[in-house]
Design a protein around this ligand. Structure first.
Ligand SMILES: C[S@@+](CC[C@H](N)C(=O)[O-])C[C@H]1O[C@@H](n2cnc3c(N)ncnc32)[C@H](O)[C@@H]1O
Length: 215
C-alpha cells in the first residue's frame, strides 16, 4: 500500500513545499497570463475525444488534467505525480470543478496501471525534470500502458529557437536541440512507430506526437 502523504521515490526533480503552493501563480506570471490557453491547446492538439481514457504523467497541479477531464467526461482521466504537495492542489481544483479524476502518487518510471489502459498519454513541461535514464524508462512505461493504437503528446521547452527559450535553458528548464533529437530517438527506441514534431507558434515550446502503431 502507498502512503499518499509521502513523496514517491524518484530521481526526477519534484516540486514540493512553497514552490507547489505558488506553482499556479508562478506559471501565470511566467506565461503572462497565457497558461490556461496553452493548457487548452495541449488538450486540443492531443485530439482528446469524449469517452477516451487519458493519463497525464507529471500532472502537477492538474493544469492539463482538468481540461482533459472536461472533454472526456467523468471517470476517464488519471494523473500521476511523485509530489504529494502538487497532487493536493490538483485534487482541490478538481473537487471545486466537481471533476472525477484518479490522481495518484507515482513516478513516470513505474506507472501504477495495467498494460494497454489508455488512448492518450499527456506529458507537459515535465521531461526536463528527468535524468536521461529515467526518461528512457518512463517512455517504456508510457508505451506499455497505451492501447495498441494509443498516442503520446509531449510538450516541453527548448532553448534552441528563441530568446525566451535561451533564458529557460539558462535557468535549467529547457532541452537543447540535441536533447530534443535525443528525446525523439528514445521514443522510437521505446517502440513508437511514428514520432512527429508538430508546428509550434511559440519558439520556446516543442510539441511531440508519438503514435504507438501506424493507423
Ligand atoms: C513543471 S511541473 C509540470 C506540471 C504540469 N504538467 C503543468 O504543466 O503544470 C513538472 C512536474 O513533474 C513532476 N515530476 C518530477 N519527477 C517526476 C517523475 N519521475 N515522474 C512524474 N512526474 C515527475 C514534478 O513533481 C512536477 O509536478
Amino acid at each position: 500500500m502507498t502512503d499518499e502523504a509521502q513523496p514517491t521515490e524518484t530521481r526526477g526533480r519534484m516540486i514540493r513545499g512553497w514552490m507547489a503552493r505558488f506553482y499556479d501563480a508562478m506559471s501565470w506570471v511566467c506565461s503572462l497570463g497565457g497558461e490556461a490557453k496553452t493548457n487548452r491547446e495541449i488538450v486540443e492538439r492531443a485530439g482528446i475525444k469524449p469517452g477516451e481514457r487519458v493519463l497525464d504523467v507529471g500532472c502537477g497541479t492538474g493544469g492539463q488534467t482538468l481540461p482533459a477531464a472536461e472533454v472526456t467526461g467523468p471517470g476517464n482521466v488519471a494523473g500521476i505525480d511523485p509530489s504529494p504537495d502538487m497532487l493536493e492542489r490538483a485534487r482541490e481544483k478538481a473537487a471545486k470543478k466537481r471533476l472525477d479524476i484518479d490522481f495518484r502518487g507515482a513516478a513516470i518510471e513505474k506507472l501504477p496501471f495495467d498494460d494497454q489502459q489508455f488512448d492518450v498519454v499527456l506529458s507537459s513541461f515535465m521531461l526536463h525534470h528527468l535524468p536521461k535514464d529515467v526518461m528512457r524508462r518512463g517512455f517504456g512505461e508510457i508505451y506499455r500502458v497505451l492501447k495498441p493504437d494509443g498516442r503520446l503528446l509531449a510538450v516541453d521547452f527548448t532553448s534552441g529557437r528563441s530568446l525566451i527559450g535561451r533564458v529557460m535553458g539558462f535557468l535549467g528548464h529547457a532541452h537543447k536541440l540535441e536533447g530534443l533529437n535525443g528525446i525523439k530517438s528514445m521514443l522510437a527506441e521505446a517502440g513508437f512507430s511514428t514520432v512527429e514534431e508538430l508546428p509550434s507558434k511559440q519558439g520556446h515550446l516543442f510539441y511531440l506526437r508519438a503514435q504507438k502503431m501506424d493507423q
